[in-house]
Write a protein that binds this ligand. Structure first.
Ligand SMILES: NC(=O)c1ccc[n+]([C@@H]2O[C@H](COP(=O)([O-])OP(=O)(O)OC[C@H]3O[C@@H](n4cnc5c(N)ncnc54)[C@H](OP(=O)(O)O)[C@@H]3O)[C@@H](O)[C@H]2O)c1
Length: 205
């Protein structure tokens, strides 16, 4: 079975990556993750054995999402996710980092399409490209992801890194599912359309 690569994007309405505040976003955490968490992280990792991150996101995750970084009193789901991230095979893309400084991690660099081909050729389950926005843009420009899991937060933020930039060619996607989450975020699941579209496809028949 080929390993599927899913690119993850959580973004504001104006296409910025981050965690601004909005109605419901500051609800105190219980041991159960909220719907955003469940849909975007928890429910998606069962068949994922490799997580790819750009250097900036990798370093950010290494600071916050290890078991060592957990504090007494953190909700159970944070412990579970941190343990999962410690264990999973992690690929950090970087020219600058010499050593990853996080267990089960490796550094890769160069042409993203070659990196993706190499990872797809390795044994393992599915792969998630977990950000940040710069890396995801490169996935979109080169059409390297098989599908996209996208959360749109109900905020026009006006700050933070952009997901969208110039493209050589349009990326065409097919909507597989959509769902409105409890705090008004929109969860969208798209698949990459790789075939050349015929007139019939474009007319929707
Ligand atoms: N899922 C997420 O993690 C996520 C989502 C949304 C927003 N954010 C926010 O976005 C920020 C980081 O996102 P970002 O878009 O600025 O950076 P990023 O994508 O996390 O990292 C960019 C870096 O990745 C390395 N890189 C990318 N492609 C490479 C390649 N083919 N070969 C070698 N290195 C490669 C380069 O590092 P070198 O400079 O080392 O070469 C580049 O500077 C954080 O502040 C975070 O809070 C994160």
């Amino acid at each position: 079975m080929t390993r599927k690569i899913t690119a993850s994007l959580y973004m504001t309405l104006d296409g910025r990556g981050g965690f601004p505040k909005y109605l419901g976003s500051d609800r105190p955490s219980t041991n159960e993750p909220n719907e955003f968490w469940r849909e975007f992280w928890f429910n998606r990792f069962d068949d994922v054995t490799t997580v790819i991150m750009g250097r900036r996101s990798f370093v950010g995750h290494r600071r916050v999402w290890t078991e060592k970084a957990r504090k007494k009193g953190d909700p159970q789901f944070m412990w579970d996710y941190s343990r999962y991230l410690d264990k999973v095979d992690k690929v950090c893309l970087s020219h600058r980092l010499k050593s990853p400084g996080w267990e089960n991690s490796r550094i890769m660099k160069g042409d993203l399409s070659k990196i993706v081909a190499k990872l797809k050729g390795e044994k393992g389950g599915n792969i998630i490209a977990e950000g940040g926005p710069r890396l995801i843009q490169e996935f979109m420009r080169q059409r390297l992801a098989d599908d996209y899991m996208l959360i749109v937060q109900p905020v026009v933020w006006g700050q933070g890194p952009h997901y969208w930039g110039p493209m050589k060619e349009q990326l065409t996607l097919k909507l597989l599912s959509s769902k409105v989450l409890e705090d008004g975020e929109l969860l969208l699941h798209y698949e990459t359309v790789r075939k050349k579209l015929s007139k019939r496809d474009l007319q929707g028949s």
